[in-house]
Design a protein around this ligand. Structure first.
Ligand SMILES: *Cc1c(COP(=O)(O)O)cnc(C)c1O
Length: 387
């Protein structure tokens, strides 16, 4: 059976070129990068090279990069690290209603510890208004955290503009750029951010490795206490193979990103145009233009997202109902509720996310299969019957 992967927003396959450069670090160059002998120094060189590639890719200085275990750790590090470093200055945090759980859960935890958190709402396209953020600021605000692009509906936020507001007020500004790094241009100076999270497995690197950019001078509490790795801010023996792989993944994206994005935009816009032509009562979630090149998200009325997903899976097509992290719970996505969808429509959503190995034929196959599945499911749906 044909198998088609259209869930790149959940994770990407590792590029074979990435694996190739990782391999020697499992065997010949396996030393502990903190060791002084040549085994250690070779490993250290691999890490420092990766740090330089990444820093230059996002417009940072190598000393501003902290390697972590992935997006979740980078987000937790940024939020709890800044909250604890600045709690004597104020205990108010601003974030949005559509953040990834890796941001919203640490915020909720801080609320239990006495912090106040404002969850700014979004418009029907999932857009955060800079003006609303500005109005939410108080003299106790110490941190603003807003994602660069949403992982479910692909909306790209006006980060540079909000960053400027934060900077003018002297408030630390974090962005979760896990969905954008390697997919669209990300430059920490242009975005006016103090902290930025990223994860290698979302841009063709290995899983379990990521980074947090911390602008020089930003106050942040140590996350993992122990050895003096990452200048003591994040102890534990480096994940050398992962970090080297992240560096190579960055290099590949630097070379391929523009071309890949324009091809994906072509496929994306074809899906956005043709799905409503082939299926009645479908609604695009997120904006038509200002969205990730590889993201399409539709609500399909009268049926459940899970049923669509399982039926697509039987035809060898892998998509998502929104975010992989919530796919085991039956609660509709907080993102779809935040853009104002009623529960029953939020339940019938489908996310299609493309990537490096997506072909035009894959989109053809999806466009051929999806209407048949929807017809079949609607024929069985009591909601559709009553129409
Ligand atoms: C995937 C993702 C994360 C979590 O990253 P992990 O590397 O899986 O921990 C955080 N934020 C966003 C926006 C994501 O898409």
């Amino acid at each position: 059976m044909k198998r088609i992967y259209l869930d790149y927003a959940a994770t990407t396959p590792c590029d074979p070129e990435v694996l190739k450069v990782m391999e020697p670090y499992f065997f010949e160059k396996f030393g502990n990068p903190s060791s002084l002998h040549v085994f250690g120094q070779e490993a250290k060189k691999g890490i420092e090279d990766a740090r330089e590639y990444l820093a230059s890719f996002i417009g940072a200085d190598p000393s501003e990069i902290i390697f972590t275990s992935g997006g979740t750790e980078s987000d937790n590090f940024a939020i709890s690290g800044v909250a604890h470093a600045l709690e004597n200055k104020g205990r108010h945090i601003i974030t949005s209603a559509i953040e990834h759980h890796a941001v919203s859960e640490p915020c909720k935890f801080l609320e239990k510890k006495g912090f106040k958190v404002t969850y700014v709402g979004v418009d029907k396209y999932g857009q955060v208004s800079p003006d609303k953020v500005k109005k939410a600021i108080t003299d106790k605000t110490i941190l603003i955290s807003l994602m660069h692009a949403n992982n479910e509906i692909g909306t790209i936020q006006p980060i540079a503009e909000i960053g400027k507001i934060a900077r003018d007020k002297g408030i630390t500004f974090h962005t979760d750029a896990v969905q954008t790094v390697g997919h669209i241009p990300v430059n920490v100076n242009e975005l006016n951010v103090d902290l930025l999270s990223l994860a290698a497995h979302k841009f063709y690197g290995p899983k379990g490795v990521g980074a947090l950019y911390v602008k020089r001078g930003t106050r942040i509490e140590t996350f993992l206490r122990g050895g003096d790795q990452e200048k003591g801010r994040r102890a534990s023996t480096h994940n050398t193979t992962g970090i080297v792989g992240l560096g190579k993944a960055v290099e590949l994206c630097r070379a391929k990103m523009d071309e890949e994005a324009s091809f994906q935009i072509k496929l994306r816009d074809r899906l956005i145009k043709e799905i409503p032509e082939k299926i009645s009562e479908v609604y695009l979630n997120g904006p038509a233009q200002n969205r990730l090149p590889n993201n399409v998200n539709f609500s399909i009325k009268y049926i459940e997202g899970e049923s669509i997903l399982l039926n697509l899976d039987m035809l060898g097509i892998a998509c998502s109902t929104g975010s992989a992290c919530t796919s085991t719970s039956l609660e509709p996505s907080h993102v779809l509720l935040a853009i104002g969808l009623p529960h029953e429509i939020a339940h019938g959503s489908l996310r299609i996310s493309m990537g490096r190995w997506t072909k035009e034929e894959d989109v053809d196959y999806l466009l051929e299969s999806l209407p048949k599945i929807v017809d079949k499911l609607r024929a069985m749906s009591p909601l559709y019957d009553k129409k």
